[in-house]
Design a protein around this ligand. Structure first.
Ligand SMILES: [Zn+2]
Length: 382
């Protein structure tokens, strides 16, 4: 299956047969006959039942629910088949292992107090470090590889699950230790879409252009504050979400801010929403991502007359594959006349940029030095 191909309601063929069998393995479709002949493969249908199962899967995984199997949904379907103990797990620099078995391992490590940073189903250096620490603690060779002995040790230690709170506390302590100054902090600003992908088009505006303009304003303000701001794309370039994530990781950014505007089939929905990495259903999320998203949401709402559509946990590629606290901001709906009118105004865009940069500053302020929402004033770029 090529990465760009999408499968949806009405499609038929071997790729649909593969999707059906993956959904059946996960219990989202009734079990299928494993010895499917080529004729049955060719006539496999993406019908109502498959559409519903795909939507259910997308809902469970906290990605956009559209019933379409595109690259991200396909990859997640593939990862979902792994159960802990199915294979050896280890850190490989060039091609990191991903899968539900790794998410299960990370949850177990965090619950036992070994800090692998977060549950993202990706076996990275933090997971390896936490795993070695666990292995040392239980007296088995600390090789950083999760094999039969480690699985057994993890199984035997059935400590009561405490949940995410102690982990969240450690994360916010470390950000205050970083100090309140933005000087030297690296922030990657990601204008959504671009190039051949305009994003949402409505009321004479395009999402890619708005995102670009907002990003440039945020970049300018961050520069005034002494931070290094980098944009993920040029004004007209085409770049996918994974490449944006890799760019942010390569710059060793402290924060990532992704800028988008939303759309809806009818013109009614409007307002501002922010997203951070996580999945409420499984009870895990990036604590700092959530804190940062909450600050962005409050600072923009306090400065504008936009409706607050709240902050939400999602596992979109850009949020999941970046190592730093990341927030995606949907600045209103371009399909809504009032939001489009707001977005057309340069002074509105400037106010949004101010709200975002104030949120960045507040993230690094210890609670006792922090100002009330909407009250912090920062220098304006000239
Ligand atoms: Zn977008």
């Amino acid at each position: 299956m090529t990465s760009q191909r999408q499968y949806r309601h009405g499609d038929t063929g071997p790729a649909v047969a593969e999707i059906r069998s993956k959904l059946a393995t996960l219990g989202l479709l009734p079990p299928e006959d494993p010895r499917m002949d080529p004729e049955a493969m060719r006539s496999a249908k993406f019908d109502d039942e498959v559409d519903l199962a795909v939507r259910q899967f997308q809902q469970e995984r906290a990605i956009s629910v559209d019933g379409v199997v595109g690259p991200q949904t396909y990859r997640l379907l593939d990862e979902a088949r792994w159960r802990m103990g199915d294979r050896l797990l280890s850190y490989t620099v060039n091609h990191q292992m991903v899968g539900d078995d790794i998410a299960a391992l990370q949850t177990r490590l965090l619950d036992l107090g070994f800090d692998c940073e977060r549950v993202d189903g990706i076996f990275g250096p933090d997971t390896e470090r936490a795993l070695r620490e666990f292995q040392r603690n239980v007296g088995i060779p600390a090789d950083g590889t999760c094999g039969p002995r480690t699985f057994k040790a993890l199984d035997q230690l059935s400590r009561t699950v405490v949940g995410g709170a102690p982990h969240a506390m450690r994360a916010s302590e470390s950000i205050y230790r970083a100090g309140p100054s933005l000087t030297g902090k690296v922030v990657v600003v990601d204008p959504g879409h671009g190039g051949s992908d305009p994003g949402v088009v409505g009321h004479g505006l395009t999402e890619a252009e708005i995102a670009w303009d907002l990003a440039a304003r945020v970049e300018g303000r961050l520069g005034v504050m002494g931070a290094h701001a980098y944009l993920t794309r040029g004004v007209d370039s085409d770049i996918d979400e994974m490449a944006r994530a890799e760019f942010a990781n390569a710059t060793r950014a402290d924060l990532l801010i992704s800028l988008h505007v939303d759309q809806h089939d009818n013109g009614e929905p409007n307002g501002l929403a922010t997203y951070y990495y996580g999945n409420d259903r499984y009870g895990h999320h990036s604590a700092l991502g959530q804190q940062f998203a909450g600050l962005v949401q409050r600072e923009i709402v306090a400065r504008t007359d936009m409706l607050s559509c709240q902050t939400h946990a999602k596992t979109w590629d850009l949020l999941r594959h970046t190592h730093m606290p990341a927030v995606r901001i949907e600045v209103g709906y371009l399909t809504n006349a009032a939001d489009a009118e707001r977005l057309a105004s340069p002074s509105f865009r400037d106010t949004v940029a101010e709200g975002i940069v104030v949120a960045v500053q507040r993230l690094y302020l210890p609670p006792e030095e922090d100002a009330p929402t909407g009250a912090l004033k920062l220098p304006i770029p000239t």
